[in-house]
Design a binder for this molecule. Structure first.
Ligand code: ADP
Ligand code: MG
Length: 675
């Protein structure tokens, strides 16, 4: 029944059916799944003697309904609505059919806004429904839907009122005991109450049911993943204190306390025979690489191989360079190798062979590592930089080649709000670098109106005179978007503006060799200015760069701009960030926020507030994280969901007894797994 097509619904002709299908609605189930974005409460019926300006709902009869043209193209229908307590004027503009369709001497629900019209109070363009029909648009809490071409909220309500008859046939999602113990509604009821709430309390309960279900699914998924991982055997990587000491003693800097703590947590995990599954989370520049290198050193020393996955070739190369440098003093650098897509066939074949033999001890690469289906002799540790950029299935193949499962360390600079992180990963598996290396000066951030570039240009000259370097990031490569600076044009302008500076252009359309050629020139200090697109967003490390200019800033997300800004201020030199909006309008709250905070977590929370969870979790590219109801700041919700998950597991419940839940939890498992 619920899978039935909606084209036989009252009010659905072929044209509307087609429109509906463009927004994904074909069956009754699809329709019911199209949830309202909000509700209007018209349930309060006011006697006419008590109404005051604003939206009101009456129960009244119409008298003296008259329509006329006041001038060409302007028709008004006037009427008087009366109940036992009084009367009020009603006006409809340009709805000439009203006079013919309104019945006098019948009770109507009337919802509309009472306001002053031509010096008299009247309700203009109200929605009316006979009280003898089931009210759909008036006299109740009504749902408001996202509208699209040809699909109004009004139409959706007419269809939805027919569809909610099928809600009791919807399969249950949660176990009965859970619904009862946590005072939730059953699934069908919560769908019905969400569309057409019978009361404000029921609506709240429906929302709570959805919210708890969302968090429960995610938490259950992460618990089940944990169980799966716990059932695997990993190589125990013993802690070699002498090695740790010498690694630290040759570093050109002192580890921060946060780095020490993270290292300790990681090495503790890796000593166990259950696979580590840890997230190393730290703002840009917090020094994640050296922490990962320490874990790698221990692994290699114990006789196992290490693999590092980077999201771009640029970063893979950079990681390879950094890690080679870090390992050189220990004499471990000879086993480090790079494998990326742009390598020649022969080079790849050699790498494959050496990986299988075990002469390569530390392989660094991009997706190519996964796609090439490399065989490793004995992988002990997989490090994944910016883990959300990789698919999970391929990673599994890499991890499970031998009888033992490798440990996994995922690194991310994407600040995940703590509540979400706990939901997904659990407290014990997150290491947080919440402290910046000493001596870093907060980056000075300024918004520059497009009309006042001179001061910025002056500063470019000054910094290049000090041999410092400059990044300029544009939202697009080539012309095409109105009002948006493109990288090619910017490059041309700069070349002619700064005759004695060398300028480079870097973007995603260049060949991989060209990209690395330009990048290497910039790293070597042979370019003063690098004009780029967001290819440089993640992880690029050129400590000598001191200015980051973000052009067309309104086109970027807050987190993304924070990442970009993190490319400067990576040494003891003062870093500067200039934000250039596309026009000279007052800068948005988002842009201003950047000038006020340099803390990625703070900005993430703010982004969450301004753009809502969808936009934030959307950046993790996982639909399942697009929570529609759960507010992760809701403590009780998080606690209840966690208790429910524990109870589910303690009761030895089988997922297979709950097919709908199983489907969704399996999906979530695939997403939240780090392995
Ligand atoms: P991210 O966390 O963004 O990946 P990196 O690992 O690239 O940061 O480190 C950023 C820079 O900080 C590098 O140049 C690195 O050598 C340096 N660095 C890391 N840890 C420290 C520290 N404890 N003290 C000083 N500099 C450090
Ligand atoms: Mg990094």
């Amino acid at each position: 029944m619920a899978e039935e097509s909606i084209q036989y619904f009252k009010g659905v002709g072929p044209a509307i059916a087609k429109q509906l299908s463009t927004i994904g609605i074909k069956t009754i189930t699809d329709l019911l799944d199209y949830l309202p974005r909000t509700h209007n409460d018209y349930s309060q019926i006011t006697p006419i003697s008590h109404i005051s300006p604003g939206v009101v709902t009456l129960k009244a009869q119409f008298k003296q309904v008259k329509g006329r043209y006041v001038r060409r193209g302007m028709h008004i229908t006037e009427a008087v609505a009366s109940d036992a307590t009084g009367s009020v004027r009603i006006i409809w503009f340009n709805q000439p059919y009203r006079a013919g369709s309104i019945k006098t001497n019948e009770d109507y629900y009337i919802t509309g806004k009472l306001e002053l019209k031509r010096q008299r109070f009247a309700i203009a363009n109200p929605t009316v429904e006979l009280t003898s029909d089931i009210p759909v648009h008036t006299a109740r809490i009504i749902p408001i839907y996202k509208e699209s071409k040809g699909i109004t909220s009004q139409l959706l309500r007419k269809l939805m009122i027919q569809a909610v008859d099928s809600t009791d046939q919807l399969p249950e999602v949660l176990p009965t005991w859970l619904i009862k113990n946590y005072k939730l509604l059953n699934y069908g009821e919560s769908v019905r109450e969400l569309h057409f709430p019978s009361s404000a309390e029921k609506l709240k309960l429906a929302k709570r049911t959805f919210a708890l279900t969302e968090v429960f699914e995610l938490m259950l998924a992460s618990q089940l993943n944990k169980q799966l991982i716990a059932s695997e055997i990993a190589p125990a990587i013993s802690f070699n204190e002498g090695l740790a000491q010498s690694f630290i003693s040759v570093l050109p800097f002192k580890l921060t306390d946060a780095q020490r703590k993270a290292v300790w947590q990681i090495l503790t995990d890796m000593q166990k025979t259950t696979p580590m599954n840890r997230l190393l989370e730290g703002d840009v520049g917090s020094g994640k690489t050296v922490v990962a290198a320490m874990a790698a050193v221990m692994t290699m020393q114990a006789g196992y191989q290490v693999a590092l996955l980077a999201p771009t070739e640029l970063l893979a190369r950079q990681h390879a360079d950094t890690i080679t440098e870090l390992l050189k003093p220990l004499g471990l650098d000879t086993g480090v190798s790079l494998l990326i897509g742009s390598h020649k066939k022969q080079q790849k074949n050699e790498a494959h062979e050496q990986l299988q033999k075990g002469t390569i001890k530390f392989i660094i690469g991009t997706h190519a590592l996964l796609q090439e289906k490399i065989k490793l002799k004995n992988l002990g540790l997989l490090i994944v930089d910016e883990q959300h950029r990789f698919g999970v299935d391929q990673r599994k193949e890499l991890l499970k080649q031998n009888s033992k499962m490798a440990h996994v360390l995922s690194m991310t600079a994407t600040p995940i709000p703590r509540s979400l992180a706990l939901t997904l990963y659990g407290e014990l598996d997150i290491s947080l670098l919440d402290e910046m290396p000493a001596g870093r000066k907060p980056i000075k951030t300024k918004i520059i109106s497009p009309n006042s570039r001179e001061s910025m240009d002056m500063h470019i000259k000054e910094e290049s005179n000090k041999n410092h370097q400059i990044y300029i990031v544009c939202p697009i490569i080539t012309e095409g978007l109105v009002n948006t600076v493109n990288a090619e044009e910017m490059y041309k302008q700069l070349v002619s503006k700064f005759k004695n500076l060398s300028v480079g252009l870097l973007h995603g359309k260049l060949k991989s060799v060209e990209k690395s050629y330009i990048m290497e020139k910039f790293v070597a200090g042979k370019l003063n200015i690098l004009v780029a697109t967001t290819v440089i967003e993640v992880g690029v490390n050129v400590p000598n760069a001191t200015i980051m200019i973000i052009e067309g800033a309104d086109r970027f997300g807050l987190a993304q701009m924070h990442q970009l800004r993190g490319r400067v201020g990576r040494s003891t030199d003062q870093g500067y960030c200039y934000i250039v909006p596309s026009d000279s309008k007052a800068p948005s709250q988002r842009l201003r926020a950047l000038t006020q905070s340099t803390n990625g977590f703070e900005l993430a929370e703010l982004d969450l507030e301004i753009r809502g969870p969808g936009a934030i979790y959307g950046s993790l590219q996982h639909g399942i994280l697009d929570l529609r109801f759960a507010q992760l700041s809701d403590h009780k919700l998080i606690i209840d969901s966690r208790r429910a998950v524990i109870e589910f597991i303690n009761r030895k419940e089988k997922l297979s007894s709950y097919p709908v839940l199983m489907r969704r939890v399996r999906m979530a498992q695939a997403v939240v797994t780090l392995n």
